[in-house]
Design a protein around this ligand. Structure first.
Ligand code: URA
Length: 220
């Protein structure tokens, strides 16, 4: 910023103070990945994501967690965002919640992790595992949509309310109300169910997720 620009900015701030302003939030437009210019293949998309700095999560992440699995999977699981183990390894669902998800895939669906695809709404870890903000999700969502189009799954399983809300825009619908229901989404069937981390805290809810998994198995 030149000296002239600094003086003009300072004058403007004095004017605002004279008008009674003490504080106003900085206006920062959300930067979104541009869906129309994103690559179509998963490999190229991953390459683009590894260099993404569109939101503040880029500053604190160790690794971008793009997602992994069968590029032509019939089932795509979508979680909320990477935790500590995922941030360390660059792989989705590898911590305790991931172990539970893997067991459900293997024991109920009778598939392996390599048969399905696993991804998240945001690809970088939110600090302290907080829920990602709307801005962070908005920046990242075009990548997710392109990922969904590239995989073109038959069934998308939204793991938890963050995934369901941000995929559908149904922010006011609690997951408890619609868990296990089938929705049309892009060219797939979308089924919301409880997040594995929720199941670790509330083991009694495992029965409902078991029923959802059986339903998914029948739909394959
Ligand atoms: N929780 C998520 O939502 N995603 C992961 O990858 C791990 C834990």
């Amino acid at each position: 910023m030149t000296q002239d620009e600094k003086i003009r900015l300072l004058k403007l701030l004095y004017q605002y103070r004279a008008m009674g302003f003490e504080y106003f939030k900085e206006y920062r437009p959300v930067q979104e990945a541009n869906l129309s210019v994103l690559p179509n293949t998963l490999e190229e998309l991953k390459e683009a994501m590894l260099n993404c700095h569109l939101c503040q999560l880029a500053k604190t992440r160790k690794k971008v967690v793009f997602g992994e699995g069968n590029a032509h999977a019939k089932i795509l699981f979508i979680g909320e965002g990477p935790g500590a183990s995922e941030d360390d390894t660059g792989r989705p669902f590898v911590g305790r919640a991931g172990e539970l998800l893997t067991k459900m895939i293997e024991n109920v669906l009778e598939l392996s992790r390599e048969d399905v695809y696993i991804a998240n709404v945001v690809k970088c870890r939110p600090p302290e595992n907080r829920v990602p903000t709307h801005e962070e999700v908005s920046s990242c969502k075009p990548y997710l949509m392109q990922q969904i189009r590239a995989i073109s799954p038959k069934i998308i399983v939204a793991l938890g309310s963050t995934a369901f809300h941000h995929l559908t825009g149904e922010y006011d619908t609690p997951i408890t109300k619609i868990r296990g229901e089938v929705f049309e989404f892009e060219k797939a069937k979308l089924i919301p169910t409880y997040h594995p981390s929720y199941l670790l805290r509330n083991p009694s809810a495992k029965k409902e997720v078991y029923l959802d998994m059986l339903k998914i198995k029948r739909m394959l």
